[in-house]
Design a binder for this molecule. Structure first.
Ligand code: MG
Length: 474
């Protein structure tokens, strides 16, 4: 007995030290750079050309510009679809919306009378990060199902504050003179849209006061940062604007030379500045990554009430570049290696990249469409993404491989803005030489066309389309 006691004491001491050492290490990991905080700021219908750092001549966005100068500005960054619902599903699940039924040829997005939403079998980025102990908040537009079981709080988010769908829904007035498309800003009031504002699952305001909504979303974000600074957090801040109807607070109105659309974008930028300031004053700058992008291109039929895709062709609702290529800025002084990135990236890659940075395994039981961009973000190495698929509803319209994009089908934004054309010989552009998609190179590039066709065939051979979640309405 005595002998065993003498032996066991040092063993216990060693075991204690090992255990204590591991505990110290694991504590160090959770509070060190191993688990950065993530903030995704997602604008709605903001075009590639709508920020000063992307070339807009009269919209002034000094805070986003600063993020770009201190971080990475991406010029070939894509969304998963050219309209709200499928684009948001793609970002949060890291998968093409055709796989989970969040894309449809019947209705392009969800409506306040839609029956369904994001299937429970899907794994969101918030659910991924919860596995690594993150606190998670969704602030702003959801648009993945307004019924309780589909809301953010049932999709991995601890907290929700926002309008659950588009700010132009639940309209309670009829507009004269050509209706909605032709209205002047001064004729449109926030009370014309009876949209609810939710905190978690409860309606706290209806109609939501949209004049102050942008400002309030930024304030909620700052308050969440301050409350949760001691543990890793993920905030998905999805502004309802600059999707029409356009509203801005009193302080922001009349400031921009671009008019009301400019006021709205500049108010979003002002919020970005305040969020960065809060991150810095709370001592979180070295361990927080902020990304800014938008869900789809500008809504061009609304003329000056819509945004601009800059030198890119067309806008929201189309598979031209203007519909699906977006500004994308990554800021994070402790992580992101500053510079201009002309490599390919997608909002679907955020799922994969942030999971990887947080140390969470990528789901193995389903096809994922995201790539890990860490090597590009942290070390400026080439992107692991080499291709982009452009879907409209559940039909694949175009595909990009490296520099080249082939259009198999083209169509304008909506029925009244352009017919569907199926191309016997796809239309081929070199997007690096010709970002405006003007000069068809198909005739002299049969081999490249063949490579893109093979990419599409491989993709289609493994594709199982999900049950349409957007088709049914009450
Ligand atoms: Mg949108």
């Amino acid at each position: 007995m005595k002998v065993s006691k003498r032996i066991s004491s040092p063993i216990i001491l060693i075991l204690f030290l090992i255990f204590f050492g591991i505990s110290v290490n694991s504590n160090a990991q959770t509070s060190s750079n191993d688990q950065p905080n993530f903030i995704i700021i997602f604008a709605d219908d903001l075009g590639y050309g709508d920020l000063s750092v992307y070339g807009h001549p009269t919209i002034n966005t000094p805070n986003l510009d600063r993020m770009a100068y201190e971080g990475q500005k991406w010029t070939n960054f894509y969304v998963g679809a050219s309209v709200c619902t499928p684009s948001r599903a793609a970002l949060l699940t890291g998968r093409l919306p055709v796989r989970n039924g969040m894309a449809s040829n019947k209705h392009r997005v969800l409506f306040p009378d839609s029956k369904n939403g994001l299937p429970a079998s899907e794994i969101t980025l918030a659910e991924q990060l919860k596995k690594a102990g993150y606190n998670t908040a969704c602030i702003g537009k959801w648009h993945l199902g307004h019924k309780e079981q589909y809301l953010p709080t049932n999709n991995g988010f601890d907290y929700y504050f926002g309008i659950p769908y588009s700010n132009d829904m639940d309209r309670v007035v009829e507009y004269p003179d050509g209706g909605y498309w032709n209205q002047q800003n001064e004729d449109i009031k926030t009370e014309h849209f009876n949209v609810p504002l939710l905190r978690n699952t409860e309606i706290v305001e209806r109609p939501a006061n949209q004049n102050t909504i942008t400002k309030r979303y930024s304030e909620e974000t700052i308050s969440y940062i301050k409350k949760h600074k001691d543990k890793p957090f993920f905030i998905y801040l999805a502004h309802n604007l600059p999707h029409i109807p356009l509203f801005a607070s009193k302080e922001a109105m009349g400031k921009s030379k671009r008019g009301l659309y400019g006021d709205v974008v500049e108010e979003i930028d002002d919020g970005v500045g305040k969020i960065l300031k809060a991150i810095e004053s709370e001592g979180l700058a070295d361990n927080t990554i902020v990304v800014f992008t938008s869900d789809n291109g500008p809504w061009l039929p609304f003329k000056t009430n819509g945004g601009s895709a800059g030198l890119l062709r067309a806008g929201k609702g189309t598979t031209w570049e203007g519909g699906m290529r977006e500004p994308a800025i990554f800021w994070g002084p402790g992580h992101i290696k500053p510079g201009l990135v002309t490599e390919l990236g997608s909002t679907m890659d955020l799922f994969t990249t942030f999971s990887s940075m947080a140390g969470v395994e990528i789901p193995q039981d389903r096809i994922m469409d995201g790539y890990d961009l860490s090597e590009t973000l942290l070390n400026h190495n080439p992107s692991s993404r080499k291709s982009v698929l452009y879907y409209r509803g559940t039909d694949l319209f175009a595909a990009r491989l490296g520099d080249y994009k082939a259009h198999f089908i083209t169509q304008g934004a909506y029925g009244q803005f352009g017919e569907r054309t199926e191309h016997q010989t796809p239309v081929l552009y070199n997007l690096n030489h010709d970002p405006s998609e003007q000069y068809n190179l198909a005739e002299d590039n049969a081999e490249i066309l063949q490579q893109i066709k093979k990419l599409v065939q491989d993709h289609k051979s493994k594709l199982v389309k999900g049950k349409d979640q957007l088709a049914e309405r009450e």
